[in-house]
Design a protein around this ligand. Structure first.
Ligand code: 9MR
Length: 649
């Protein structure tokens, strides 16, 4: 990367030109577009005002310091930090454009040895709690460490968007902080869509995280190849859905610690996209040992509470699953939630349950479910409750990795036979995180081993879905390793196709290699430049391309359960409507008003609307506040209607 010493004034001029869309692209000699520097700070002029202090306002201070530097004599210093999450932050959404990708590069150093991270923060408009994501972890050392061209982007639904540096609680230095605009990329149009080739036999889809929605090229690939099914990479897991503060507040108010409080705000980018584009959703996952906070299993949801009894955990489980489906369907009645991983990864490779214990402090393989239940007897009630509350058409799966290992496979099969008889399971999710290694002989599992698993599961008479397919190369792969990967992908895909009568969906675990959880091993079908890899071409080789791509079936909206009106504004004729739809009385009509209505219906004691809010909330004019009013606000928010009077047409 060329070094640039652009002054802040110049950088602001660049930013302004981006805002009006007139900035010329920069082209290399071969005609390809080059990233364009839009901000660059070397802190030589002593000005650190583009950065703000994240947390620790009383003690933390940002300044230019000559104690350390990479280029020139100065760097940005964050001193007086008391928490690992205090540190310098750079706001993006007041300077840069949504739906545009940027590279962030920087140098970072602790005063002494430090473990640092670069992270990303944003708040969904209409909400108060920010969300966080670590972009770069494991920066450990005592000298300068490099963050190079990390992609960030944001949508117009996000505000308060920052990249920030954190880690340790000692001084942190930042130097040579550069923001570049990634050139817009046209995806390849001269290749067939994966869904077009295979989507008539089974759904073809992928998983996405919120960042992906602001990358146009990523979403163009989704639209062409993966539009038959989307899964949240993390945002519908218990740690994303459970709302700790609301759980604890509920206990405080009611004394009842068996009714978990939830929120789908993290999943919103994906759910809104699927609503708008009629894309079916695979739900992942309800009950899992991982990405489930330990406090969920503790008395009063306290970190240091005692483990709850099995009886109490059953109540929490049922109420969680009930709330999960009820709220999801009320918020998104037009989405086809066609599949759900009810329980994830409960059996070990040898067919035994996991060890009891907390997730924290090195016990990430432990299961708090096993801790509370003593064994794997929590799986059956999870399926029973899921069957009770899942909307019609939502098929229920047990999902696992290493699903081809004998011990685990046998345990899954025995369990599935029993559950099938009881009518509480519909299928097996084969995650399929596979490893091509350096030759087909070394690849694990072998294609035959994988095929054997397909055969065994197909004999159950249940559906099979390939839920998280990716295939790693060795780290730092050589060109030959991509040939092996392509040949192995082909073998696996052909095996799946052989069982197409039993397989209803094949889901890749991500779109481009650089965004994958196993990015260093290039496991996906598209590279960081959005180009189809050899693996993509090998998969489709030999298959006919049907003339028409499949279309997603139209969805009959799931009608929200008619609920009892919480209040009747007619009983209160003195209260006037101040702004129709503004249930939470914050002066605007947003999705938060819909949530406020649903919460008031679910728990009127806690979330009851004010009189003015009640008057404002009655958008369908039926003189009572129901889920239909919440739905009306959803439609308004999604611009399906422009005026609430259209609801009564
Ligand atoms: O892709 C997910 C990654 O972003 C998370 O850091 C990781 C943490 O558990 O989970 C990944 O998704 C996992 C999925 O939920 C279950 N199967 C294994 C996947 C990869 O770890």
């Amino acid at each position: 990367m060329k070094k640039s010493h652009i002054t802040k004034a110049m950088a602001l001029a660049f930013a302004a030109s981006i805002a009006v869309g007139t900035a010329p692209a920069v082209y290399a000699a071969d005609g390809t577009a080059e990233p364009k520097v839009v901000y660059s700070f070397d802190f030589e002029d002593g000005d650190v005002s583009a950065f703000t202090n994240r947390g620790g306002d009383d003690t933390t201070e940002l300044s230019a310091s000559t104690d350390a530097s990479v280029s020139g004599d100065s760097a940005l210093l964050a001193s007086g930090r008391t928490e690992s999450w205090n540190g310098p932050a750079f706001r993006l959404d007041d300077k840069l454009e949504p739906f545009t990708e940027y590279y962030i590069s920087a140098k970072i150093k602790g005063r002494y040895y430090t473990g640092a991270m670069m992270s990303f923060q944003y708040t969904v408009k209409g909400e108060t709690e920010p969300k966080y994501q670590n972009l770069v972890q494991n920066l450990n050392g005592s000298d300068w460490m490099s963050v190079e061209r990390i992609k960030v982007s944001f949508t117009d639904e996000m505000e308060g968007v920052y990249v920030y540096f954190e880690g340790g609680s000692d001084d942190l230095f930042i130097d040579d902080f550069v923001v570049e605009e990634v050139p817009a990329v046209e995806i390849e149009q001269d290749i067939p869509g994966l869904a077009q080739v295979f989507g008539h036999d089974f759904k073809v889809g992928t998983s996405l995280v919120p960042n992906n929605f602001s990358s146009r090229a990523t979403m163009d690939i989704v639209e062409k190849h993966y539009y038959q099914s989307l899964t949240c990479g993390n945002e519908m897991k218990p740690d994303a859905v459970l709302n700790k503060a609301a759980c604890q507040a509920y206990v405080e108010e009611t004394g009842d610690d068996t009714v978990p409080q939830i929120s789908f705000s993290a999943a919103k980018p994906l759910l809104n996209y699927c609503k708008k584009n009629n894309v079916p959703v695979r739900i992942h996952t309800l009950v899992w040992h991982s990405q489930t906070p330990d406090w969920f299993f503790k008395e009063n949801y306290a970190d240091d509470g005692k483990w709850v009894s099995k009886e109490k955990m059953l109540l929490r489980m049922e109420n969680y699953i009930k709330a999960f489906f009820e709220e999801l369907v009320a918020l998104y009645p037009t989405i086809d939630f066609y599949a759900c991983d009810v329980v994830n990864e409960a059996w070990l490779d040898d067919g035994k349950p996991r060890s009891p214990g907390e997730q924290g402090s090195g016990g990430s393989q432990n299961s708090a479910w096993v801790q509370v239940f003593g064994d794997n007897s929590f799986i059956e009630p999870a399926f029973t409750y899921a069957r009770k509350y899942a909307p019609e058409g939502c098929k229920l799966y047990y999902n696992d990795f290493n699903e081809y290992m004998d011990g685990k496979m046998n345990a899954i099969i025995e369990m599935a036979k029993d559950f099938k008889e009881k009518g509480i399971i519909d299928g097996i999710g084969m995650q399929s995180h596979l490893d091509a290694r350096q030759s087909l002989d070394a690849a694990f599992p072998s294609v035959n081993m994988y095929k054997n698993a397909l055969k065994k599961y197909s004999e159950l008479g249940l559906d099979i879905q390939i839920t998280e397919l990716d295939v790693t190369t060795p780290e730092n792969p050589k060109s030959g390793d991509f040939d092996v990967q392509a040949a192995y992908y082909k073998g696996i895909w052909d095996a799946i196709y052989e069982y197409k009568d039993y397989v209803s969906a094949v889901i890749l675990w991500g779109v481009t290699d650089d965004q994958s959880w196993r990015g260093k091993q290039y496991p996906l079908l598209f590279d960081a430049d959005y180009k189809a890899k050899k693996a993509f071409h090998s998969i489709i080789e030999g298959y006919e391309v049907p003339a028409e791509p499949p279309t997603n079936p139209p969805v009959t909206p799931t009608e929200p359960q008619p609920s009892e009106p919480t209040d009747d504004p007619v009983d209160n004729p003195d209260v006037e409507v101040t702004l129709l739809g503004d249930a939470n009385c914050d002066g605007k009509v947003t999705i938060a008003d819909s949530t406020a209505i649903l919460q008031s219906i679910g728990n009127p004691d806690k979330y009851g609307l004010s009189d003015e809010g009640t008057a404002n909330a009655d958008v369908d004019g039926t003189k009572g506040i129901t889920a239909n009013d919440a739905l009306g606000i959803q439609k308004y928010d999604a611009k399906l209607i422009s005026d609430f009077s259209e609801l009564s047409k």
